[in-house]
Design a protein around this ligand. Structure first.
Ligand code: 8GP
Length: 872
């Protein structure tokens, strides 16, 4: 039957409800209304920032109308929902994206013009929401856009950092300096404080087993804080669906146990909670405890929220996995596994095995790196201190795999008793052993009798001083499925870091979902001219191909159309000019827009090999210097751009930035060569900067040592915008080449299977670099001799190549230089180059994040599209 209207007169309620502003007049009205009442400002002194705020508030009203409808209909229909737990969401700006997704950009453009403003200037006022470091965080943002656009019931959960990724400044010497990013300084129109949604989260204290053989425990004392929800609206493209990103903020709990908490440190302890860690590994040496607390705070609050929503359905707990799928974005939220166990056992009174069954059917784990140094490990004493109950539970999970197998192996129990917090915990594990008749564990032993090394490798706890919890192993055993982010990377996950688990649990648990990017932001929004040309050529509504990106294949025949090629090239040229204009106004530098634009933008890291690129630039410079003026005239003009941040504690990465800046200084000032080669390091790389750089690129570099870059996603963005790719046979480069054809990609370097042998040779059959790669040796010597000033300063960087050369620069340098020459040659044939560019864009359909999110929805989470009726 019909639902009863909750209270009052339905007609009066409905008459008061706001509808979407669709025409210019209601837009200007709402804008003026916000200037007057929300901002309390006057028309005569309203600046661009004020205009941005008024426009944003009026767009937000529209988003809220849809957001409310979406949440209400999800509640009524109660579909299975997915939750994306990510410590990072690198959202960038929102206004432009919201306008495009709502289909209101033209109306707003006209509206603000009538009020005396220019939409582009207004859009420029917005600060990036930079709550992430790089690829993993931006991927999360693309997936949110795609989930809403594909009408999937998905929420994101993250932390509301007060400070996002640091602002990067470059000192006169070329050093990276870090400044805080107080992005919430101006009020943030895109979030909605939910002061009524609050949960308590506990740290420290004592956990005592009940001693009744149930495995239950009581966790008391310690410090309690409140998690407060802030909601960020995520509009789908061309649909009413508006999903939610819920970010948690911490607040002290009134009346908390002052004895157990150092009140003098009260402010400090809480406020530092809200800083994004800007480092892959730095928190290993600094701020470890804080990072662990962040991870627990956020997963505990998110799980409380998810459980409360589930409980409203009045279903038995055993049905939890039929209504909830939780995606762990890397191992950062892995504590959710023991936390859900704790809730189910200690609070919901479930039997251990019933709880474990629910947990292992709820979670899914995505791995984003196989670099050993980037795999998270938490010291056992630290976890025991901060989360005593969770450490017990982790040991209880370990029990079958670790403890009892040792017994089965008849090792006369050299087990360190300190592993177990009490006698009760030991007896609980014994009880479980008997109960399970050692099903799983014995299974390890049965399958691989006597293979002690394997058992040690597979343990969730790594032996050592101190012992450490291996989070990837915990995430793996606690999840229903595990995936990597590109074919090669998923293979590496299966054959290296989780190999033993594959052999034990079977290969079907270990899949692949190749990453994707949203074509809304990364084509329509950042390259509106190209988007318009594509729409015209395909003779399709923009909304059709933007939601089914495989439609781009229809561009293929246009590669043969001369007039079309001219339009295509014209757009690239104007995008270069737009970038040049941006650099001119922000940095005061003049760029030669007639040159080939060569771009490498990503986090600075040795494995990504920005060093290879800068050494290649130096090689080019030295070659040019040796030419006669007549010879130089035959060379392609090239402008090389770098941008990216280095982790604040990553010395070698920072030194690479310094080298790039100083090489730029020298060669940009050299009258012999500066017409043929210039180099720029653009400071403070961000999503918004990427939106200007990517459409302007002719060639972009993705040159990681084979097997190290899990996927890469900017490679997809460049290609979608008609830029060609220069790269190694790594990550998603491989799949891009499969799609666009190898003749349209410039590949070089050794392949993944060779890497291990080469490293071995470096160690045991070292060949001096002068002999192995004279061209590289020459370049290194020039740097050492002080050609770019600062002699001595760069030695530690150069020595990483001269000694050890873990990332194989000396092995790949010659083929890299050859690949660069092939780029030059190909670029000289302008028409052929444009054809390659068109064909590349045409074949990028696979890399839409819509495809990726649908793979997760179907093959992993088992959730379905739940369309939202706009009028209800
Ligand atoms: C990145 C990978 O390095 C990149 O290849 C991949 O495309 C991207 O994830 C998305 O899958 N990894 C990270 O960004 C990462 O591990 N970040 C941690 C510091 C948080």
């Amino acid at each position: 039957g019909k639902e009863k209207w909750p209270r009052g007169d339905e007609k009066v309620w409905k008459a008061g409800m706001r509808s979407l502003d669709k025409d210019v007049e209601s837009i200007t009205k709402s804008f003026v209304n916000h200037v007057q009442t929300s901002l309390a400002r006057q028309a005569h002194n309203l600046d661009d920032l004020g205009a941005y705020q008024a426009a944003a508030l009026s767009v937000r009203d529209n988003l809220l109308v849809n957001w409310n409808k979406t949440q209400l209909q999800y509640m009524r229909k109660s579909p299975k929902r997915a939750y994306y737990l990510s410590l990072e969401f690198l959202m960038g700006r929102t206004l432009d994206n919201a306008l495009l997704n709502l289909g209101l950009k033209d109306e707003y453009k006209d509206g603000v013009r009538l009020l005396g403003f220019n939409i582009e200037d207004i859009l420029e006022q917005e600060r990036d929401a930079a709550l992430g470091n790089g690829g993993l965080g931006r991927l999360a943002a693309c997936y949110l856009d795609s989930s809403a656009s594909q009408e999937l019931p998905l929420w994101g959960y993250g932390l509301r950092y007060k400070y996002g990724i640091f602002k990067q400044l470059i000192s006169p010497e070329g050093n990276q300096l870090e400044a805080p990013d107080p992005w919430l300084e101006h009020q943030n129109p895109w979030e909605l404080p939910r002061l009524d949604v609050a949960y308590e989260v506990r740290f420290y204290g004592r956990a005592e087993r009940l001693g009744d053989g149930s495995g239950r425990a009581l966790w008391t004392g310690g410090q309690e804080v409140l998690a407060i929800a802030y909601d960020v609206m995520i509009p789908g493209y061309n649909t009413a669906t508006t999903n939610n990103l819920r970010l948690w903020e911490s607040k002290p709990k009134r009346g908390f146990d002052l004895n157990s908490f150092n009140a003098g440190n009260y402010e400090g302890a809480l406020s530092r909670f809200v800083v994004l860690f800007a480092d892959f590994f730095a928190y290993r040496t600094f701020g470890k405890e804080l990072r662990l607390k962040q991870q627990y705070f956020w997963t505990a609050a998110s799980l409380s929220d998810i459980l409360r929503r589930f409980k409203n359905l009045n279903k038995p707990m055993s049905e939890f996995p039929e209504f909830v799928a939780i995606q762990l974005n890397d191992t950062h939220p892995t504590l959710a596994i023991p936390e859900l166990m704790r809730i189910l056992i200690d609070e919901e009174d479930l039997h251990w095995d019933a709880a474990w069954k629910i947990v292992t059917n709820t979670f899914f784990y995505t791995n984003h790196t196989v670099l050993p140094e980037a795999l998270e490990k938490w010291s056992v004493p630290l976890v025991e201190h901060v989360l005593p109950r969770h450490m017990q539970i982790i040991y209880d999970i370990v029990g079958p795999i670790y403890f009892c197998t040792l017994i089965i192996l008849h090792l006369t129990c050299q087990l360190d008793r300190t592993c177990f917090s009490s006698k009760a915990s030991v007896s609980f594990i014994y009880a479980r052993l008997c109960a399970l008749t050692m099903i799983k564990t014995v299974a390890v032993e049965k399958k691989f009798p006597g293979d002690r090394e394997r058992l040690a490798r597979m343990s969730l706890i790594e032996e050592g001083q101190p012992k450490q919890v291996r989070m990837a192993h915990l995430a793996c055993v606690g999840s229903r499925k595990v995936n990597g982010v590109a074919e090669l990377h998923s293979d590496l996950v299966r054959t290296t870091i989780l190999k033993d688990f594959v052999e034990f649990e079977g290969i079907s648990k270990f899949g692949n979902v190749t990453n994707g990017i949203t074509p809304r932001r990364w084509l329509d929004q950042c390259n509106p001219e190209l988007s318009a040309l594509i729409t015209k050529a395909l003779k399709l509504e923009k909304s059709v191909w933007l939601k089914d990106l495989t439609k781009l294949e229809g561009l293929l025949p246009f590669a043969e159309n001369k007039a079309f090629r001219k339009e295509w090239a014209g757009i690239k040229q104007r995008n270069k000019e737009r970038l040049a204009h941006y650099i001119e106004t922000t940095l005061g530098l003049t760029i030669n827009t007639k040159a080939l634009f060569d771009v490498q933008i990503k986090r600075l890291h040795e494995y990504k090999r920005q060093t290879l690129n800068i050494l290649g630039v130096i090689h080019r410079y030295l070659t040019l210097k040796n030419m006669t003026p007549a010879q130089r005239k035959k060379v392609n003009n090239r402008v090389v751009f770098f941008a990216g941040k280095a982790a604040p504690g990553y010395y070698i990465a920072k030194l690479t930035i310094r080298l790039i800046v100083n090489v730029a200084r020298t060669i940009n000032a050299d009258p012999d060569t500066r017409d043929y080669l210039t180099l720029y390091f653009l400071p403070d790389y961000s999503v918004s900067l990427a939106e200007v750089l990517i459409p302007a690129s002719d060639i972009s570099q993705h040159i990681s040592t084979a097997g190290t870059e899990a996927s890469g996603t900017s490679n997809m963005k460049f290609c979608l915008n008609g830029g060609l790719l220069l790269g190694t046979v790594d990550g998603a480069n491989i799949e891009i080449a499969e799609e666009v054809g190898e003749s349209n990609v410039f590949f070089f370097g050794h392949l993944t299977p060779a890497v291990e042998d080469l490293r071995y040779q470096h160690l045991y059959h070292h060949i001096p670099i002068e002999k192995k790669c004279p061209a590289l040796a020459h370049v290194l010597n020039q740097v050492s001799l002080g050609l770019f000033g600062d002699n001595e300063v760069y030695e530690p960087l150069l020595n990483t190549i001269r000694q050890g050369d873990y990332y194989l620069l000396s092995d790949d340098f010659d083929s890299y230089i050859a690949a660069l020459a092939m780029v030059d040659e190909a670029y000289s044939d302008t028409e052929e180059w444009i054809k390659k560019s068109i064909r590349t864009t045409a074949k990028m359909g696979k890399f839409s994040s819509d495809r990726a999110i649908n793979e997760y929805a179907e093959s992993y989470w088992n959730i379905e599209a739940t369309p939202i009726t706009p009028h209800s």
